[in-house]
Each structure stands twice: as structure tokens, then as C-alpha cells.
Design a protein around this ligand. Sequence first.
Ligand code: MF3
Ligand code: CO
Length: 271
Amino acid sequence: MFGRRRFEVKTAGQLQRMREAGLVVAQALTAAARAVQPGVTTAELDEVSASVIAEAGALPSFLGYHGYPAHVCVSVNDEVIHGIPGPRVLAPGDLVSIDCGAIVQGWHGDAAVTVVCGGRTDDASARLSEVTEAALWAGIAAARVGATIGDVGHAIAERVAAAGTGYGIVDGFTGHGIGSAMHMTPDVPNVGRPGRGPRLVAGMAIAIEPMITLAGDDTDTLDDGWTVVTTTGVRAAHWEHTVVVTPAGPWVTTAPDGGGLADDVALASFG
Ligand code: MF3
Ligand code: CO
């Protein structure tokens, strides 16, 4: 299954399971993002996601992962990733990242979105989320057969740089290979040099996940052992998709439209 390289190469049947898992994640995130309103607790977002996953007959990948206690991560404002859902009440203008993973018949999907809680406009936060999502899609576009992990990171970093000075690319956390487990080789950094790093082959899957701040790249982990925050307290955004490298181009299993590549075309491209 790992071919002659050290990365898991999937069969068409396995990719179909990954697509199913990805669509469950997309549904859970859509429902949770819609539930983001002033007065709602982050625990309620966890409940919304949990019921979508359960109703789909899928399993949550985060629950119990190294002891993680919830179905999603909800990271607010200066929290970058791995925020634990709880009694925190969302306020107008909060910048809310939701990260979710699901498993269908042993195969994983992993994605994250960032939204601004309604009721107050905060242009800097909305723009930060837009830049982070655009950087994600720049990375996805680079995830082609024959390209390298360095090309993906380079595309992400270039897109962030093109958005203006000031933005920070969080140091020390990366995307990852994904498939029969949530976290697999290779690491997928949000920076890179063109042509460097492992080469992408058809049938590989990677989770690409830029984590971008309004300034600086340093983080701390809170005493809960999970929540990663910016050291300076500035806000951060996080967007993520699971992407399959196919001969027909990147296939985004966690996007309802596959990232513009139809399921049958993606699967048929493996021949
Ligand atoms: N989905 C996260 C990632 O993108 C990992 C979540 S950690 C967990 O890699 F403990 F919450 F599962
Ligand atoms: Co991930």
C-alpha cells in the first residue's frame, strides 16, 4: 500500500471511503459554522458537529485522540488551533475557527474553517480569514502529481506575502499526510522552497492547513495541554482541507464540489 516510497498510496475504493468521510466533515463544519452566533457556547458547536457525524454513521476522529475530549476543536480570537469546546460564550466579532475530522470505514477526512461571529464587523479579522482561506487554495492548486511538498508550502507562503506585510505564518505546526490515520507522513509545512521535499504521487492524500496570524509566528500552549495561542495575543485564522493528488489534479474530499474536480473524473483518472 505504501509503494516504493514511505507514503500511503490509496486505491480507488479507499479514496471513495475518504470522499465519504470528507463529505461528512464538510456537512459537520457547515452546520457548526451556521450555529456560530453571539450567545452560543463553543460546547454547542461541538454538539452540532457530533450529531452530524453520528447521523451520517461516521466516527469522530478527534474524540479520544491522545486523550482529546471533544469532536471538534474551536479556537477563538488569539487561539490558533486545538481549542477545547466548553462553556465559553461567543461574542459579536469573535473570530472562530472550527476543526473537524471524521472516519468512514477506517478512512479519514479532516478540515477546518474560520468565521467571524455576527453582530459586529471587524474588517481586520474578516480579511485575515479570507487571506488564510486563499492561502489554503493556493496550496491546494500546487498539490499536483510530480510537484513537491516544498511547492505546496511555497505557494501558501507566497499567497500570504501577496496579501501584504504583517501577517505571520505560525511556526511549529504543519499539515500532514492522511488516509488510514488522521496524521501520517509527510508533514506539510506552510512554507517551503520550490522543488524541495518529498514528491507527490497519484493516490497520496494530504491535509493542507495554513495557520495565519495578524502578526508574528510564535505560540504558547495553555495549561489545558491543548489550546495553542499566539504569544502576543493577536488573532489567528485556520483553514484546512483534505486533498487527494490525482492525475486529473487536486481532488478536495472535504469540499462539497471536490474543489472543482468531479468525483467520477477524479476516480477515473487513476485508470
Ligand atoms: N485536525 C487537527 C489537524 O488538523 C488535529 C486535531 S487534534 C485533536 O491536524 F486532538 F483534536 F484531534
Ligand atoms: Co489536520
